[in-house]
Design a protein around this ligand. Structure first.
Ligand SMILES: Nc1ncnc2c1ncn2[C@@H]1O[C@H](COP(=O)(O)OP(=O)(O)OP(=O)(O)O)[C@@H](O)[C@H]1O
Ligand SMILES: [Mg+2]
Length: 325
């Protein structure tokens, strides 16, 4: 299989903060490659370097053989970028935003018109093309950004959190759109902090935390790294959780603590549960959950923390700050 994107020890410092550390990976033709990681992991910084908006402090990357440092013009011709921060102009219509993008790529008026309309049709916005973006829903705005990234028929798409802040139903529509791009042979990198998204879409996933790739593989390969089922027991205080951890560890199983939650890993939850229930008798328990291996568990195993589905919604925050600016 041919390599479409190759990152070679990409590194970025912002002052003394090292946001991306020696990140190397390959993406093959037609693949969806996901960068899965929490807030601040370095996903956007990586995408910005790949899209030539940000110069790496060291390292390089090649897209269809073009260096992002030495050949940035050619890189820009072959990639489409859907940034995390929305770029469309609220005061203009959806159509006009996409049309301007086509003109920026150098297409003359007539061709730019055609390309803009086609891109809007692909993302299902043809009917709303002449409405102002300020009247669009969050999902429509995301689709508009995608239309803007498609006007020049890119072979590679870089999607930075394409479903951030969208409701479940709209997210699924977006997933179908991304799957259609894959069928057309477009190679993609998408970043996400939703593990179901990485699991649903990605051929391969890189787990990124503190600017480093901690693990890489297909969702199944990664899940095989988690040894067994997990039992989550939530208590009312951290002290109670600590005591419980001590008692359960005497069963000879792996027990971890995440504030007031005790996490037991065992080859089979049904075998260990009767013993745990014996220990729990008479104690006050907030909740108990049994979880089969999934990417969230892989993330916990590798980084020692959870990939929380945030209470802080970065997308809504950004739209808000955009509006008051
Ligand atoms: N312009 C900047 N100046 C200084 N530090 C920055 C800048 N942009 C990002 N950082 C820092 O670099 C690190 C990586 O940020 P980045 O935006 O790449 O993460 P991310 O994985 O995209 O996070 P999120 O899920 O919140 O979008 C963070 O510690 C962030 O605070
Ligand atoms: Mg980001």
């Amino acid at each position: 299989m041919s390599i479409v994107i190759e990152a070679d020890r990409l590194t970025k410092y912002y002052g003394s903060i090292q946001a991306v550390k020696n990140v190397s990976f390959k993406v093959f033709k037609g693949e969806i490659y996901a960068l899965l990681g929490p807030n601040g992991a370095g996903k956007t910084t990586t995408i910005k370097m790949l899209s030539t908006l940000l110069k790496p402090t060291s390292g390089d990357a090649y897209i269809l053989g073009y260096s992002i440092i030495r050949d940035s013009l050619n890189v820009r011709k072959v990639i489409g970028v859907v940034p995390q921060d929305l770029t469309a102009d609220d005061e203009l219509t959806g159509f006009y935003n996409v049309y301007i993008q086509a003109r920026l790529y150098g297409y003359p008026h007539g061709i730019a018109l055609e390309r803009a309309m086609r891109a809007l049709e692909i993302v299902g916005l043809a009917d709303s093309a002449n409405r102002r973006v300020s009247s669009y829903s969050g999902g429509m705005r995301r689709r508009l950004e995608i239309a803007m990234s498609l006007v020049h028929d890119p072979e590679v798409l870089l999607l930075d959190e394409p479903t951030l802040g969208l409701d479940v139903q709209t997210r699924r529509l977006m997933w179908n759109l991304i799957r259609d791009f894959k069928k057309q042979g477009i190679s993609m990198i998408l970043t996400t902090h939703y593990m179901e998204e990485a699991e649903a879409l990605a051929d391969r996933v890189a787990i990124i935390d503190y600017g480093e790739i901690k693990a890489e593989g297909s969702p199944d390969e990664l899940k095989r790294k988690v040894k067994g089922d997990r039992v989550y027991i939530e208590l009312y205080s951290e002290d109670d959780a600590q005591n419980l951890q001590l008692e359960i560890s005497k069963l000879g199983v792996d027990v971890k603590l995440d504030s007031s939650i005790v996490i037991v890993t065992a080859p089979s939850a049904s075998d260990i549960l009767p013993h745990i229930v014996g220990i729990l008798a008479g104690k006050k328990i907030k909740s108990i959950n049994i979880v089969k291996p999934n990417l969230e568990e892989v993330f916990l195993d590798i980084t020692g923390k959870r990939l929380r589905e945030d209470s802080f919604d970065a997308f809504k925050y950004r739209v808000f700050t955009h509006k008051i600016r």
